[in-house]
Write a protein that binds this ligand. Structure first.
Ligand code: MN
Length: 376
């Protein structure tokens, strides 16, 4: 499915005659045509469906869990209800029937998997963070190898060591066939615009890969959230924190130094799609520490991609496509924290042209992540 060797011929023989693989082969064929359609080569591709009649989809914010990362995930107990936390851990840990059944039922051909946060982003010991991240990437690769036409991966990185993280990213992309990395917000209070991360962004650009900036909690809760636990987490603080992370990268000139570096934001861009006009207007009269070479909106439209994870709103999607551009917006779910059926039903019926729908559902992700169709 991706640039690495990953065709059905590599599948263990015991899977080859299953109904699921027949469905997947049909889905992969549909996806191949969809991606071509989004590139403008074959617009008629919009009529192609998965074997069960769904619009073929690629999803990019789909989470997993390994036993030794559950204690880090415990950090998010402060943000979500205990009921949701207890429910998701076993679902996150499944790479087989339950996950694939949900993908099949909703037309998700391909899911790029990532560890549910914050992972080693909150580990204080650099050696431990580095060892665990590498081990997690190896274990994720093992799962992907079992079903390379259904799963991809975003690397988990110990950014406590910027050069080490760059090396691990390169290993994950080149040797394990991953599609990029996913970072859960700050690493012990550090944002990725610090100059010591230049070594990391240089590698991201050289590999022409992507970094998904996923929400995470900062080490200290801002006073703004005192007495408002409902705002501390996915309702609001994660959007503010993650959008700020992207803006810091833009305004510190990271994308001037590394124009080929690209990031992905989830949750319909964490409010960024409504900001470009004001960013340009008010940057001109702001107190500036760094000089950037272009208008802020130029970076929003060229270096930032977004996914629809957890925001099933036609109006928000229209705004994102119009403000950021038709190639910048990609479908995702945020499994298992969000409902796959709600997300899939929504994108299939959203007020979009057929060409836009295919681009958002699979074509844009296929192009950005350089996915190739599996040999059906
Ligand atoms: Mn998520």
């Amino acid at each position: 499915m991706n640039d690495q060797p990953s065709d059905n011929a590599r599948q263990p023989a015991r899977f080859s005659s299953s109904r699921r693989d027949m469905l997947a082969s049909a889905a992969a064929m549909a996806l191949a045509v969809s991606a071509a359609g989004a590139a403008g080569a074959e617009p008629a591709a919009v009529s192609r469906k998965t074997a069960n009649g769904r619009l073929p989809k690629i999803a990019l914010e789909e989470h997993v869990m390994f036993p030794d990362f559950v204690s880090y995930l415990g950090e998010t107990r402060q943000n979500i209800s205990p009921r949701l936390f207890e429910r998701v851990v076993p679902i996150l840990s499944d790479f087989g029937d339950r996950r694939l059944d949900t993908m099949d039922a909703n037309g998700v051909d391909f899911a790029v998997l990532s560890i549910a946060g914050p992972g080693v982003q909150v580990e204080r010991d650099t050696a431990t963070a580095t060892r665990l991240a590498r081990s997690a990437n190896d274990r994720l690769a093992e799962q992907i190898r079992k079903r390379p036409h259904r799963y991809g991966g975003f690397a988990h990185l110990a950014l406590q060591d910027p050069r080490g993280a760059a090396d691990e990213l390169e290993r994950c992309v080149k040797e394990l066939g991953f599609q990029g990395a996913l970072i859960n917000g700050e690493t012990n209070g550090s944002f990725l615009d610090e100059r010591r991360y230049d070594v990391f962004w240089e590698r991201v650009a050289a590999l022409k890969t992507v970094v998904y900036i996923h929400p995470g909690n900062p080490p200290v809760m801002a006073a703004a959230y005192a007495d408002h636990p409902e705002l501390w987490g996915p309702t609001w603080s994660w959007a503010a924190e993650t959008c700020t992370h992207a803006l810091r990268l833009i305004f510190s000139g990271t994308f001037d130094r590394y124009p080929d570096a690209r990031i992905i934001l989830g949750h319909m861009g964490e409010t960024l799609p409504i900001q470009p006009w004001r960013l340009d207007s008010r940057y001109a009269i702001s107190n500036q520490r760094y000089k950037i070479l272009r208008k802020p909106s130029d970076y929003v439209r060229e270096n930032v991609f977004i996914t629809t994870s957890g925001v099933c709103s036609d109006a928000a999607l229209r705004c994102a496509l119009d403000e950021m551009g038709p190639a910048q917006v990609m479908f995702s779910i945020d499994y298992p924290f969000e409902d796959s059926k709600i997300a899939a039903d929504w994108i299939e019926n959203a007020k979009l042209s057929d060409q836009e729908r295919v681009a958002v559902a699979s074509g844009n992700a296929s192009t950005l992540l350089r996915l190739k169709a599996a040999k059906a």
